[in-house]
Design a protein. Structure first.
Length: 395
């Protein structure tokens, strides 16, 4: 008999809207002592069945829902079905066209709570970020191999999110061949080198794939400043689109080293780009003091807010960098600015940019609003899946 978790009266409302998380405060009673990740059945206060999910005794997110269908059980057969479904619709809508790297499984949106699977050429890279997914690791890996036959499946479960689930950080090869130190991928004809062993996220910012080329349309003949550049994705796209010069700025030496190799791989002349390994906030102040100006600036900073409690500090940080960037733009210049902080909603981000423009004494016209690539979908029932927001401004 499966473990039953009963909810407090009224706590079922979010589940009836098909939200896939149940927080600890909603739980009234647990029949037994389920292990981390163990599948449990959830009922309301009157005993009606609601959902089936993975239990996490240490996390505030006490249960992550696998299914709202009582006939479904997490396991190999369900994983095969959902892996095929996720791959089929991405292929059907052209999200695999022109690229050799994409997000295959985007957690709850694709029916895998707390699981990320990215495809880089012949390799699959997984992040098991919840106890619900981690307990099924072997079955999930076998299902991935069955559906796609990748050369290798590599684990990058090194996010601190796992600590909230009571899980240790893990990396390493799960199946097949070890990945190379540098793996080449292609996006719309541009070649990128990716470090899937130790690079950011699973190695590359796949969520910005379409945005790189939408932003690059504004870069022709421009002197571009690419801030928080990582391995140069926006810069490579801008140069390929006809930018006159790109300055990459990032604090990571390995990222800057890979950016240079990426530029060389695409036969982009050394006189068309430069790299500065330094703190971006300091660099922006230094450019102001030196009187440097740019025709276009890209701001793609790391997450400034991990939780809602950190949003006020994040607002100040976003305002500071956008204010500094606006002071460095030539009149009529382009600012492409982003936030990947899921705790900050689109309205707050928009307002923060508006205050930065006001304090800079500049008029800022929104040319485009941007968000995560469509292979990173999010459900209407699960707005927490939306995190990447951006805009292109004429300043």
């Amino acid at each position: 008999m499966s473990t039953i978790v009963k909810l407090h009266k009224g706590s079922e409302k979010s589940l009836l809207r098909r939200h896939p998380w149940i927080f600890s405060g909603a739980v009234a009673d647990v029949s037994g002592h389920p292990e981390p990740g163990e599948t449990v059945d959830v009922i309301d206060s009157s005993g009606c069945w609601l959902a089936r999910g993975g239990y996490s005794p240490t996390s505030k997110i006490r249960i992550r829902v696998w299914t709202f269908d009582p006939a479904e059980e997490p396991g190999f057969d369900l994983f095969i079905k959902r892996l095929n479904c996720a791959l089929d619709w991405r292929r059907k809508f052209g999200l695999l066209d022109g690229t050799t790297a994409f997000r295959w499984i985007n957690g709850e949106a694709d029916g895998f709570p707390g699981l990320i699977v990215d495809r880089y050429g012949e390799f699959a890279v997984c992040q098991f970020l919840s106890a619900a997914a981690d307990i099924w690791k072997e079955a999930i890996v076998t299902a991935i191999r069955t559906v796609a036959s990748p050369a290798g499946i590599f684990e990058r479960s090194d996010s601190d999110i796992r600590k909230l689930e009571g899980l240790r950080l893990r990396t390493g090869c799960l199946d097949g061949d070890e990945p190379p130190d540098r793996l080449e991928i292609r996006e719309a004809g541009i070649r990128f080198l990716v470090d899937i062993r130790a690079g950011h996220k699973t190695g590359f910012y796949l969520d910005q794939r379409i945005n790189r080329f939408r932003v690059a349309r504004y870069a022709r003949d421009a002197n571009v400043l690419n801030c928080f550049s990582y391995t140069g994705g926006f810069g490579a796209a801008a140069l390929t689109a006809g930018a006159r010069h790109v300055t990459h700025v990032d604090s990571s030496f390995p990222a800057m080293e890979l950016a240079v190799k990426t530029m060389e791989l695409n036969n982009l002349r050394a006189d068309r780009f430069s790299v500065e390994t330094t703190d971006v906030f300091g660099a922006l102040r230094n450019y102001r003091d030196l009187g440097r100006r740019f025709d276009m600036i890209v701001l793609d900073p790391p997450k400034f807010a991990e939780s809602r409690r950190q949003v006020p500090d994040a607002v100040r940080a976003y305002k500071d960098i956008n204010l500094a960037a606006m002071h460095l733009l030539n009149p009529g210049g382009i600012l492409a600015t982003f936030s990947c902080s899921g705790a900050m909603d689109r309205s707050t981000f928009h307002q923060t940019i508006a205050f930065a423009a006001k304090d800079a004494g500049r008029d800022a016209l929104i040319m485009e609003s941007l968000e995560q690539c469509p292979d990173h979908p999010y459900s209407t029932a699960f707005p927490e899946g939306f995190y990447l927001k951006g805009m292109v401004l004429r300043v």
